[in-house]
Design a protein around this ligand. Structure first.
Ligand code: XIL
Length: 341
């Protein structure tokens, strides 16, 4: 096979997140790679409310429109990301004090954004990250003012604004047992109340040092047993040490010159390259085993140089979490995944 999308054609969609430089076709090498390898796209930042709805009475659809056009022109599965999320919110939302005002905002936002792209978006990440790792609801502004009803409200509004789109609940660590259990309860309630929900997105921001394949397999099986599609929506595998282990250290510093936190500033050693390949192979084996339950595998970025993990959760590091390197060349991990077909 000449590409990921061809190799896994019968199994699942293969997606990537796009930045502005991709959407606007400013980077010809990247765009060549995107069109060759991927058949699904997610906007990394440009449909988040902060960007698409910067003020109460102002929307900015420039990059959102271009993104949707890009997908249509290239026959790709187009993902909308994301309608309701506690992060990357416009500033005016932080000032909302009443449930009624927040409802007004959400109603206007979902009707306007999902309505504008109705019929053109294949699936929406309707609500993102509403549950904490300990299984309780995140104390976001939405939860604080509206309680867990904000989730039902969001899905119902999205279903009305774009009846054709598949509606997903998306989160990180939701393969882990405690969070998974809480998520399943939440989804069962939604379904019992007559709300339309079509899928669960497992973000898949994982690490080569702590990948728990069994949790991932259990999550695929259990979510699918609810009658939902499963998608891996933001896959990447960090190869760097976990900064949360830096007890007491200032995580706001730039870690460029820290041999401990930024051990591979120039290139990834062969041994780690091999570990990364092995981890991706293990993952894709499980994905293939459950291909009947999985709709899509989307990588959070095109190549290592454009990954958010170079700047998160601490700044200044050089990370290598994807299948393509900074020269747009396939890595050992790419070969490992392709060898499964
Ligand atoms: C990240 C982007 O990749 C960054 O560019 C941005 O600065 C912050 O958000 N979960 C999500 C994504 O659902 O939207 C986040 O994307 C990564 C975590």
């Amino acid at each position: 096979f000449g590409s990921l999308k061809e190799a896994f054609k019968e199994d699942f969609l293969i997606g990537t997140a796009l930045g502005a430089e991709h959407i606007l076709e400013k980077d010809s090498k990247a765009n060549e790679l995107i069109k060759k390898q991927f058949n699904a796209i997610t906007p990394e930042n440009h449909m988040k409310s902060m960007n698409i709805h910067p003020e109460w009475n102002r929307y900015d659809f420039f990059l959102g429109d271009k993104f949707v056009e890009y997908g249509q022109k290239n026959n790709m599965y187009v993902v909308g990301h994301t309608l309701v999320w506690h992060s990357q919110l416009p500033r005016f939302v932080g000032k909302i004090k009443s449930a009624d005002s927040l409802k007004l905002f959400m109603t206007d936002h979902i009707n306007t954004v999902a309505g504008r792209y109705a019929g053109k978006i294949n699936s929406w990440d309707v609500v993102n990250e509403a549950i904490e790792d300990d299984g309780t609801f995140r104390k976001s502004i939405f939860y604080k003012l509206l309680g867990e009803d904000f989730i039902k409200m969001s899905f119902d509004l999205a279903a009305k604004a774009d009846p054709k789109a598949e509606l997903y609940y998306n989160d990180y660590n939701n393969e882990q047992p405690v969070k998974r259990k809480a998520t399943i309860e939440m989804i069962k309630k939604l379904k019992a109340s007559g709300t339309k929900i079509d899928g669960v997105g497992i973000q898949g921001h994982w690490s080569i040092n702590s990948l728990k394949i069994q949790d991932i397999e259990d999550a695929i099986v259990e979510y699918s047993a609810l009658g939902l599609k499963v998608a891996f929506t933001e896959l990447d595998l960090t190869v760097l040490p976990n900064p949360w282990d830096l007890k007491g250290a200032d995580v706001n510093q730039n870690f460029e010159n820290s041999p401990k936190m930024n051990p591979y500033p120039k290139e990834l050693p062969d041994s780690v390259q091999t570990t990364l390949a092995q981890k991706y192979e293990e993952l894709f084996k499980v994905f293939l085993k459950h291909k009947d339950k999985i709709d899509r595998i989307t990588f959070w970025g095109v190549e290592d140089g454009h990954s958010w993990l170079n700047g998160w959760p601490v700044r200044g590091r050089t990370n290598y979490p994807l299948l393509f390197d900074r020269n747009f060349e396939p890595k050992k991990a790419y070969q490992a995944v392709m060898n499964l077909k």
